[in-house]
Ligand binder design. Structure first.
Ligand code: ZN
Length: 463
């Protein structure tokens, strides 16, 4: 039985799907105006683990992740420029070009992290009609009003507004910063449809019953969730930063329109901090997967790094911590490669006792760090045969997603000068010239090769 921490009810609950055997999952996707940063990637990795655990538990997973390619404004209070348009103007491209370019890089990133591609990856711009119809429905039910710059949702009309964050409307109002838009009735009201500014031709704009413009950011999630999953669906995920505004507004639109809950379970992952600080553009610490690769680190080391912490805990990113994750990952890799070099391998069943512990850790609100500890316990001094250990690793990897079955035993190509140094070192060792032997070993290490002394004499491998 899978127990998940439900943000809405603030407790650990046994997961019960709406439709037996199927889990419907909505996960807020990227705004494709730039490369996604490691904070986004942590959320996507957590959601991938959730999907894989649901599959392991026997569910068919119906998952939607939206691609926000219009309408996400710089300010959370429906103010500021459209992120897509702003970026497009800055680098002399159209918003359409930006959207497709960064959607491609997003898809590459999730592939590099072994994130299963969601069954549905709908774009906001491909669902304008659905969004207009949702606003019409809200309009018919009296939840909307018009200002000079758009159609807004009146949060005061929905008594349950704020139930996800547990804040009352007045508290939110009090906490809100000075309103830019004086025409809004309540500080928490938000745009459903924004008008294109007078005299300005946007790259992305559409006709609507209210005038030419574009949908508000929150609207796409409500419209696409009901289209692909129905309402209510089972689980809604996102980062904790979405709770106070984006997810409250999704709930408001969907529940006002259809008069039933949007989702039954809400799971949110915590932030990544960088060197103990919040990620921000001004600090230049919004690292991307490309930065990680340029540091010579493996994207899967980042996945491993995320698995090392509980999704509801803050995770502090440093280059040293990522390197440590890579080192731990390489330990597993080396074991697997060595195993695959053996001529006498047998197919075996995975070790049931380990799998019981593994599933128990995941069933208790996805305790991935415990599962990594189980992996290392298995490799270090297990009484099981190597064949059984390998079979168990492969089974666990259905959730961990490290790619263990695809790691190939590579014969390392050793350059001639390294081989010469190595032979000299072995000769020095054989004649007990310890100082010289150590000097040559250090020399090899400086050049990136490690000498491993073993029963058969010694071997070389890349550091
Ligand atoms: Zn969303």
């Amino acid at each position: 039985m899978l127990h998940l921490w439900n943000t809405l009810h603030r407790k650990l609950e046994a997961f019960t799907p709406i439709e037996s055997g199927t889990a419907s999952l909505y996960t807020c996707g990227p705004t494709v105006y730039d490369r996604v940063h490691i904070g986004n990637l942590r959320a996507f990795t957590f959601e991938d683990v959730l999907q894989r655990v649901l599959i392991l538990e026997g569910y068919r997973v119906k998952r939607v992740m939206n691609i926000t390619d219009v309408g996400h404004l710089v300010g959370d209070a429906d103010d500021g420029a459209d992120k897509m348009q702003q970026r497009a103007t800055k680098i002399g491209k159209t918003a359409w070009e930006i959207a497709r370019e960064y959607e491609t890089s997003f898809r590459e990133d999730i592939q590099a992290l072994h994130i299963l591609t969601p069954e549905f990856l709908p774009r906001a711009t491909d669902h304008i009609q659905e969004q207009i119809e949702l606003v019409q429905l809200l309009e018919a039910k009296g939840f909307t009003y018009r200002t000079s710059d758009g159609i807004y949702f009146d949060t005061a009309k929905l008594p349950a507004y704020g139930k996800l964050s547990g804040q009352k409307l007045e508290e939110k109002e009090a906490g809100a910063r000075v309103e830019v838009n004086q025409e809004k009735r309540n500080g928490t009201d938000f745009a459903l449809w924004k008008f294109s500014p007078a005299g300005e031709k946007r790259d992305m704009e559409w006709e609507s019953p209210w005038g030419i413009g574009f949908p508000g950011w929150h609207l796409e999630c409500s419209a696409m969730a009901v289209k692909y999953l129905g309402q209510p669906f089972d689980i809604h995920c996102g980062g904790v930063d979405h709770i106070a505004v984006h997810h409250e507004n999704e709930i408001a639109q969907s529940e006002a329109a259809f008069e039933r809950p949007l989702a039954n379970y809400w799971l949110h992952n915590e932030f990544i901090t960088v060197d103990g600080q919040k990620m921000s553009k001004s600090l230049g610490n919004g690292y991307t997967l490309k930065d990680i690769q340029e540091h010579g680190l493996d994207p899967i080391a980042f996945r491993y790094f995320c698995l090392g912490a509980h999704y509801r805990s803050k995770l502090n990113f440093t280059w040293e911590a990522l390197q440590a994750a890579q080192n731990a990952l390489q330990k597993i890799q080396r074991w697997v490669m060595d195993y695959k070099k053996q001529a006498t391998r047998k197919e075996e069943l995975a070790d049931e006792a380990t799998l019981v512990d593994f599933r128990a850790a995941l069933q208790e609100d996805l305790n991935t760090s415990k599962t990594l500890a189980l992996v290392h316990r298995l490799l270090g001094g297990s009484l099981l045969s190597h064949d059984v250990v390998y079979a168990t690793l492969v089974k666990m990897d259905e959730v961990l997603g490290l790619g263990i079955a695809d790691w190939e035993a590579k014969e390392e190509v050793i350059p001639a000068e390294i081989q010469t140094l190595f032979e000299a070192r072995q000769a020095a060792r054989a004649t007990k010239q310890w100082a010289e032997s150590d000097r040559l070993r250090d020399e090899l290490k400086a050049q990136g090769w490690l000498v491993e002394d073993n029963v058969g004499g010694g071997s070389l491998r890349k550091a």
